[in-house]
Design a protein around this ligand. Structure first.
Ligand code: HEM
Length: 467
């Protein structure tokens, strides 16, 4: 067995001193991964101190890990640590248990269910637009990232949990930011020890977690109360939370404790957080890109004018908003909200039949890196929604564009997210033009999701004075 070659590691950057690459990764993970992919190509071995990581930048290998051989991989340490907050929810659980929960939750994301969420999505976007107007924000600058978080949080709470959380939006935002900061410690080799010390950051994490818990438990309790009140009447809740509670009742009534109260909490927490943070980031980056690309913005406005003519979009309009769809597709190419996926092989895995990826190491697949590969996307740094023609999509190798992941662990909320992003963008872009404040610094904050580090200050200019 050799170190490189047959049953050895693939080539990769050498550490200048022990831990130097880990330090580089902690400082700027995207810069390091882009460099490694450029210098070493389809597969690279990265030594992070004592740990071995492998960056895959070949769509075939990505397919191998996420789809063909998914059963030999579990989520990497990042998501294992996320269990501290998400418990055994859909994003973090594994194997048979995950499979069972996915089957249970899937109906909430069927086409027919998603259709019923459309009016809430557009109505809430319209409501935010009206609030901006009534609050005299025309011509003023506003943190659009915070606004998109507020909007997508309200939408996910209403559609999936029939709950109103607007009063708590600020608390949720702050708690989530705190939680993300704690996850940034993941790459610190001492994190397993640091996590156990009585540090202020750990105290803040626990506070953030209990704040989020109190909101999720309040939603659950309110549901239980309503369900009791509505027993026997036709006036029943049919949202996701009701489904989870019904599964809990069934399993307990049948003396089968598979669906516990904690499990209801874990699934609800997962959907509550995963269901708004990513879409908010995608929308924020889309507004930013549109403000930098007036031609694309004009074309978007033309489509909205011809399809909608100023009215609020509905479910039936979504397939007609083709350019709107292309804008979002291109925005998620440049700024994929989930910018990296990590997996851990549970047994040694051979890549290309000759490189050894040992059990327990980390396999990294980065949407950010793949979506900017010149082999697949010409002029990769430019924002060109018009590249997404049907022919281009058909010619693109699968798994080089994968904002929602792939295989059995791909995003369950993908159809929900598409519908929401299109309806929100179409609604607000008919009423407002968002101008990026040139002095405002835009930097990436790659945590679990890709956030704008300093928020997104934009000036609200009103379009068409009738809206
Ligand atoms: C633009 C928006 C979104 C993006 C880019 C996105 C991306 C992703 C990705 C890449 C994964 C796979 C993670 C992995 O393989 O490790 C994932 C999983 C997941 N997403 Fe999303 N997501 C989005 C919106 C949503 C929404 C709206 C919901 C719920 C309402 C949601 C709920 C979930 C859940 C529960 C999982 C875990 C699925 C499983 O493992 O079975 N996501 N998402």
């Amino acid at each position: 067995m050799t170190k490189e070659g047959i049953l050895g590691y693939p080539p990769g950057p050498k550490e200048k001193y022990p831990g130097s690459l880990l330090l580089e990764f902690r400082r700027n993970p995207i810069k390091l991964l882009m460099r490694v992919a450029q210098e070493y190509g389809r597969i690279a071995h990265i030594r992070f101190g004592w740990a071995h990581a492998f960056l895959l930048s070949d769509p075939e290998l990505i397919k191998d890990v996420l789809v063909t051989h998914h059963q030999y991989f579990i989520k990497s340490r990042g998501l294992q640590v996320a269990k501290r907050l998400l418990g055994e929810g859909l994003l973090t659980s594994e194997f048979e248990f995950h499979h069972k929960q996915r089957r249970l939750i899937q109906p909430a994301f069927h086409h027919s269910r998603i259709a019923t969420y459309a009016s809430t999505m557009a109505e809430y976007a319209e409501r935010m637009s009206g609030q901006w107007l009534r609050s005299g924000l025309e011509g003023k600058s506003l943190d659009i990232h915070r606004e998109m978080m507020r909007l997508t949080l309200a939408i996910v709470a209403k559609t999936l949990f029939n709950a109103d959380v607007e009063a708590e939006a600020k608390d949720v935002g702050e708690a989530l930011t705190q939680v993300m900061e704690n996850f940034s410690r993941l790459t610190n080799p001492l994190s397993p020890i640091l996590d156990r010390l009585p540090l202020p950051s750990n105290k803040k994490f626990e506070e953030a977690k209990s704040k989020l818990d109190s909101i999720v438990y309040r939603m659950i309790e309110e549901h239980k109360r309503e369900e009791k009140e509505n027993k026997g009447s036709s006036n029943k809740n049919e949202d996701l939370l009701s489904m989870l509670l019904a599964a809990y009742e069934d399993s307990n009534g049948g003396n089968n404790r598979e669906m516990t109260a904690t499990q209801v909490r874990d699934e609800a927490m997962t959907l509550f957080l995963a269901g708004h943070e990513t879409t908010a980031n995608a929308l924020t980056w889309t507004w930013y890109l549109l403000s930098l690309n007036p031609q694309a913005e004009t074309r978007l406005h033309e489509e909205l004018h011809s399809v909608l003519g100023g009215r609020t979009p509905t479910f039936d309009d979504v397939p007609k908003l083709e350019y709107t769809n292309m804008v979002i597709t291109e925005s998620m190419r440049l700024y994929p909200p989930a910018w990296i996926l990590g997996r851990q092989p549970i047994k040694d895995y051979l890549a290309y039949g000759r490189y050894n990826i040992p059990a327990g190491s980390t396999v990294l697949m980065s949407q950010y890196v793949m979506h900017r590969q010149p082999d697949f996307f010409s002029d990769p740094e430019s924002f060109k929604p018009e590249r997404w023609t049907a022919e281009f999509k058909a010619s693109l190798p699968k798994y080089c564009y994968f904002p929602f992941g792939a295989g059995p662990r791909s995003c369950i909320g993908e159809p929900f997210a598409w519908m929401e992003m299109i309806l929100v963008l179409a609604t607000i872009a008919q009423r407002w033009q968002l101008r990026h404040v040139p002095s405002h610094r835009v930097e990436l904050l790659p945590r679990i999701t890709l956030r704008p580090k300093y928020g997104m200050e934009m000036i609200l200019e009103r379009r068409g004075k009738t809206g």
